[in-house]
Design a protein around this ligand. Structure first.
Ligand code: SAH
Length: 490
């Protein structure tokens, strides 16, 4: 190890930066996050530096050439002229005065290096490559950024805040350690990470009481059996199928889950992101077999959480859009189980992105309706016709199988069947397909092209009206030929 990592105190410290261009500005951006007093010396300053420092009273500019005395009393010096003839004298002066110096981008001239940082203050991860391969540092930083919760710093601050409470209330050191472990892994951690401070306070109290009960029963003072800490449920939107559309939060919770409750049709590539040893319970639809009734899914989720597991219920798209979220939330709430919802990218959003067809259009479409045609009692609800008549755009979910019924209902209501429908099947997957058809020909198109879904049907959105070029895949199918060729045969 040529360079030894340390964290330098910046409170009451004085740092010198020499140089007035982009390189100096980069260092100022980093240093501005510290508590140091910073002096920047340069004969000229870029406008970017002048405007940057306005927000930082602890940064002072000296508009003149560097002088040897500038290094006096400094804790760190950055030579950032980006010009060796100016930087080397700064380095020499600093070394002569016993001050650590960094000549930016010149490791051979550096007493110290500035690492790549992953910040969750007060937690900071510093990554160094001794100047050999900044790309590797960038990869590691991306990896950590993705995996460390955004609120991790808050968890550290809360840990400091509750330290004395724990010390006062739990005498035994080993018991205190047990509580710390549970706090940092369980309901307390989860509450802090999602910013739920009242929830965190409750979880803290519950852990302390549970520990006190355990200790008392160990000493035979009360015959109480210790309570198992309750698990939790996360109802997670897994997006339309492509794992890249998982949110960072969904990704983290997948890795923390003890139990995964997933639909059989869920993309296995998404499950690769889950903890390998998590128990997997498959529910929902499977080709040719009846699907697990919703009530049974609710029961499974609740049962596993009561057993103390962190349950992740993985749902397609966004859980709040045709996802039976209400029922699963209500079940958890009924049993007092801690539950959170993580939004996902819904199929209509993924389809819109994929075919580059915006869902709203300034001045023209102020709304987009996400619609499922079927209701509990009707294959096609009457109000679908009303929607059609408004002329406003909508996206139909779960419409492929009942396309002919939808068209028939609209026909009988006298709707204009020449409107264009855009069909996006398996949006975001490798095998995604895109078609267009008139409403009149919708059922025929679906049959001819063997569209099995899942698919979104867009009605009332037009590339032409928006002045955009249509997705190439739509044009290349030359659907009108396919449909007219097959019209007689079907
Ligand atoms: N909660 C989900 C929708 C569940 S309903 C979401 O927000 O996306 C199931 C319907 O969603 C399917 O019938 C289909 O219409 C649509 N769907 C789901 N995944 C899809 C995909 N990858 N491409 C196109 N449509 C999809």
């Amino acid at each position: 190890m040529k360079f030894f990592p340390i964290f330098v105190e910046t409170k009451d410290a004085h740092v010198l930066v020499t140089g007035g261009g982009e390189t100096a500005l980069q260092k100022l951006r980093l240093l501005s996050k510290t508590e140091a007093t910073i002096t920047v010396v340069a004969p000229e300053f870029d406008d970017d530096i002048l405007s940057f420092i306005k927000d930082f009273p602890n940064i002072n500019l000296l508009k003149r050439a560097f002088q040897t005395e500038d290094v006096q009393g400094k804790r760190l010096v950055y030579a950032a002229h980006d010009d060796e003839t100016l930087d080397i004298p700064v380095a020499d002066a600093a070394r002569a005065a016993g001050v650590l110096v960094n000549v930016v981008d010149t490791p051979a001239q550096c007493d110290f290096l500035t690492p790549s940082l992953v910040e969750r203050a007060p937690i900071t991860v510093a990554i160094g490559t001794e100047g050999t391969a900044p790309m590797i540092a960038r990869d590691i930083k991306a990896l950590l950024d993705k995996n460390l919760p955004a609120n991790l710093g808050d968890l550290a601050r809360q840990a400091t805040r509750i330290r004395s409470t724990l010390k006062n209330r739990i005498d035994d050191g080993r018991a205190r350690l047990r509580v710390w472990e549970r706090l940092m892994q369980g309901a307390f951690r989860r509450a802090v990470l999602r910013g739920d401070h009242p929830g965190a306070a409750l979880a803290l109290e519950a852990e302390i009481l549970a520990e006190l009960e355990i200790s008392e029963s160990e000493h035979g003072e009360t015959p109480n059996t210790p309570k198992t800490p309750k698990g939790s449920v996360a109802l997670i939107g897994a997006g339309p199928g492509n794992p890249e559309y998982l949110t960072l939060k969904a990704h983290r919770l997948l890795q923390e889950a003890d139990v995964l409750v997933v639909d059989r049709l869920a993309n296995p590539a998404i499950l690769d992101y889950a903890r390998r040893d998590a128990k997997r319970i498959y529910v929902g639809k499977q080709a040719g077999k009846p699907s697990t009734p919703q009530e049974e899914i609710n029961q499974i989720i609740v049962r596993e959480a009561i057993d103390g597991s962190r349950v992740v219920r993985l749902k397609g798209g966004d859980p709040s859009i045709f996802g039976r979220l209400q029922e699963e939330l209500a079940s958890c709430q009924l049993f007092g189980i801690e539950v959170e919802v993580v939004p996902g990218i819904s199929a209509a959003q993924a389809a819109s992105a994929s075919i580059k067809l915006p869902l709203t259009f300034r001045g023209e479409h102020r709304s987009i309706t996400l619609l499922t045609a079927a209701t509990k009692d009707q294959v096609v609800a009457d109000d679908v016709v009303e929607f059609m008549k408004t002329g406003r755009p909508f996206a139909i979910y779960m419409g492929v199988k009942i396309a002919s019924e939808i068209v028939e209902t609209l026909k009988q209501a006298g709707a204009d069947l020449s409107s264009q429908v855009i069909i996006v099947e398996n949006a975001s997957h490798d095998h995604e397909r895109v078609f267009s058809s008139s409403l009149q020909d919708l059922a025929l198109t679906i049959k001819t092209l063997s569209i099995k879904g899942p698919a979104i049907l867009f009605i009332g959105l037009s590339y032409e009206d928006m002045g955009l070029s249509a997705d190439d895949r739509i044009k290349s199918i030359e659907l009108s030929n396919v449909v007219s060729l097959n019209r007689k045969a079907i």
